[in-house]
Write a protein that binds this ligand. Sequence first.
Ligand code: THU
Length: 160
Amino acid sequence: MKPLTITSRLEVYESPEELPQDVQELMQTAVEARESAYAPYSRFKVGAAIILENNKVVIGSNQENASYPSGLCAERTAVYAAGARYPDVRILKIVITARSLRHQVVSPVPPCGACRQALVEYEVKQDEPIELYFMGETGKVVKADSVKDLLPLVFDNSCL
Ligand code: THU
């Protein structure tokens, strides 16, 4: 038996004001996108904004459904929209923010496991990392240089 140690390096910003200007602007777009969430069941609104190599910005927000599993998270809404609209353009960054209509979300809200899996597919496809930033409504922002930092032991096409 040999132990396998997995490490990830993330960066924590104390507030969005500490972010580089372009990421602050993308975060503002994600905040606006968050309001388009359709979340009557969870009352939890998530917004995502993606910037592409051609400088286009694609947004997403969570879209819920009375048949709960038919709903979709903000991150997948955004990345699938980017894939549909700009199939061959590299994704540079995705920025995510969440707020609740029930309480203030002050801790960073990371993408769920299913969204990490969906995002990493595009990282593998483009063979370049996607920078990822996530926060709550206020407070700290966490940055990952690659989706793989949030998804070690990734299942991808090399496993098939
Ligand atoms: N949600 C997202 O949009 N992104 C995530 O990564 C986590 C969860 C949404 C799904 C659902 O509409 C609501 O937040 C509560 O789980």
